[in-house]
Design a protein. Structure first.
Length: 410
């Protein structure tokens, strides 16, 4: 993919939002995304500023679009891959295998064989059976033990499926030792969309305990992976988690201690970069018992498309009405529905909205995380296309780094 060629330039002073309005005014009928590339670049700068000692390995599962991966590749992040397919995608861009962590603790044998061949060295595990598999297929792998440390509240809990309980971690390391495997560090994931920043302190402290215990059986750990869980929406801030992480690292893994610290941010990088525009193609008036009207609006994307995030990511979405019709009617209760024939294909419950007409639009911000990779074309409904935009400053920055990368390759 020729990165820069695929990005449309925003005229000076114009925003991705204005580009979206222009597309709507041009008569487009399909639902579509605008992607603000500058947002990803700004996020990267924010990460570097606020978590300077933590190297980001972007979680590809969150949004595996070639554009996102190419931009992050140019910016020099690492990648957290969950499968052979994700590793292959990242490697095909020319990323060095050392920039990948295969961070799925349960891996099909064929995927392990693939990464062994490709030279992806770092793999996570959290159970004994996985160790036997790795010993048989890829005994020289650099292994990272994933411990469980759940946030008290998170949008998506992961601990019920992944991570060895902290009290069971040491016996697992003893097994790895007995099998002659090379364990190099500890990882955790507190839960995606974490709203309990202090959990990072508890998890980093638990990891420190395991680093020390591992030393007793001859392991010299050099890698700490603090996982994901960082917020990504426009109105969110990295500050609270960054403060906790920075002070816990200072206490338990001070600079110069010989430990490389990485993280696997997903939604942090991409959520706010994507805005989805959906057309109201149908409308139904419902007579309420008290004589008032409410309305059902049918839009051209739903839970089998981008709004799968309502089910799988437990997302809460907020429609922004974009009226094109002139008629100015009283606000009324409205519900928003997806386009398929499934009764469950509902995007929002009852909301007080300006009365909308067929041909008006609902816009949804923060739609870049855990949306597109899971979408399907159920009922023959198309998955919205993505239109990437960047301002001139962002494009220049990307151009400079891609030329630099090319020079380094020589
Ligand atoms: C292993 C792993 N790492 C990283 C992530 C990304 O998490 P987030 O989007 O919360 O940063 C996930 C998300 O499920 C994950 O499973």
């Amino acid at each position: 993919m020729e990165l820069i060629k695929e990005i449309a330039v925003l005229e000076s002073g114009r925003s991705a939002w204005q580009a979206m309005e222009q597309m709507i005014n041009s008569g487009i009928q399909d639902a579509f995304f605008v992607m603000d590339v500058g947002e990803i670049v700004r996020r990267h700068h924010e990460w570097k500023l606020k978590l300077p000692s933590v190297e980001p390995f972007y979680a590809v599962k969150c949004n595996d679009s070639p554009m996102v991966l190419e931009v992050l590749n140019a910016l020099g992040t690492g990648f957290d891959c969950a499968s052979e397919g994700e590793c292959a995608k990242v490697l095909a861009m020319g990323a060095d295998p050392s920039r990948i962590i295969f961070a799925n603790t349960v891996k099909p044998a064929s995927h392990i064989n693939f990464v062994a061949k490709a030279g992806v060295a770092t793999l996570t595990f959290d159970n004994e059976e996985e160790l036997y598999k790795i010993q048989a297929l890829y005994p020289s792998a650099k292994l990272v033990i994933r411990i469980r440390c759940d946030a008290s509240s998170a949008q998506c809990v992961l601990g019920m499926k992944f991570g060895v309980e902290v009290e069971d971690a040491f016996p697992l390391l003893e097994t790895a030792r007995a099998l002659g495997l090379d364990v190099v560090g500890v990882s955790f994931h507190v839960g995606s969309g974490c709203s309990d920043p202090p959990v990072f302190q508890r998890a980093i402290q638990a990891a420190r305990g395991l680093f020390d215990a591992a030393k007793r059986i001859g392991f010299e750990f050099t890698l700490l992976d603090i996982g994901g869980g960082f917020p990504g929406n426009k109105d969110s801030s990295l500050d609270n988690i960054a403060d906790v992480v920075n002070s816990a690292l200072k206490e338990f893994f001070p600079v110069g201690c010989g430990v490389r610290v990485i993280a696997e941010p997903g939604r942090f990088y991409v959520a706010s970069a994507y805005t989805l525009a959906t057309l109201i193609h149908s409308k139904r008036r419902v007579k309420n018992k008290d004589g008032t009207n409410s309305f059902m609006y049918y839009i051209n994307d739903g839970i089998y498309g981008s709004f799968n995030c309502l089910k799988y990511d437990h997302a809460v979405v907020k429609p922004i009405p974009l009226k094109r019709s002139k008629a100015n009617k009283e606000p009324a209760i409205g519900t928003i529905w997806g386009p398929t024939c499934d009764g469950e294909d509902q995007v929002t419950g009852p909301l007080m909205l300006p009365e909308m007409e067929i041909g008006d639009w609902f816009v949804f911000e923060n739609m870049g995380a855990y949306t597109l990779p899971i979408s399907c074309g159920f009922n023959g409904m198309p998955v919205p296309e993505v239109n990437a935009f960047a301002d001139e400053k962002t494009l220049l920055e990307l151009k400079n780094i891609t030329t630099l990368n090319k020079k380094n390759d020589l």
